[in-house]
Design a protein around this ligand. Sequence first.
Ligand code: CP
Length: 315
Amino acid sequence: MAWNRKHLLTLEELSLEEIDQIHKTAAAFKKILGRSVKKVPALRGKTIVNLFLEPSTRTRMAFDMAAKRLSADVISFDAATSSTTKGETLRDTAQNIQALNADMIVIRHAAAGSPLYLSRILDIPVINAGDGAHEHPTQGLLDTFTMKEHLGGLNGRKVVILGDILFSRVARSNIHALTKMGAAVTLVGPSTLVPQWFTALGVTVSHDLKSALADAEVVMLLRIQHERQASSHFPSLGEYTSMFGLNQARAAWLNPKAIIMHPGPINRGVEIDSELADGGRSVILEQVTNGIAVRMAVLYLCSGGRLEQAIAGAE
Ligand code: CP
């Protein structure tokens, strides 16, 4: 199947075959990243602009590295010193970036739907690097890629996502990818942050941490997203941690082979204790590393690259 999308806006709109194609392309690029020369000429002569209007460490740096590994030129937009501080709109900013002959825009924005909006007004590919509480598609792709590396196929595998689901774009993208891949997803947390209506997405909702963890093969922790909450959804952080924080005692409820994931940034001692985040079952830093190959795959495919060529280049 040929990849024929210009933009990557959501995982909700991708088919299982398209997700598989990104994963296979990422696997080919991961082989290249293991070489002494970690670079291919696939996007030589192209310019990619990272338009991040919300803070980021992992996503921005991984997109930056991915573009450089593909030999593209990269410009990282600095919101704090840009003319957005003088009132320039997102539309004008993006149209000026296109007028400067950028070949692709990677956007992170606090407003859900802003990547879709840009895709409608620009001629160049738009990649969503996180839009409000809506989606974070490359995070969902790198998370499922990492799960597959540990578990093989995800059909029938039991994945628990624990924490602030309501305000999480990571949760939404993972839910869309995991359910398409056949995983059994259980969302866990306080009812204010994990409302029952999420079951409409084909997942189970639970507020009972012990029973949810008992048969999980993957547990993914999410931080409390204070920046998106207009009011508090629980009495205090201490009470959240006492009810839903993952500590050594609760990790004993898990299958010994279960892996622990977190998209970052971690709030140590809140949603997860340090000894678990840094322990043998944690694959948190593997997720970060896989983020480069997955984003290389997305930039490459949305620029017109072909899976077969990526595989041939890795051999
Ligand atoms: N996981 C993630 O999106 O991290 P950053 O906010 O640091 O990019």
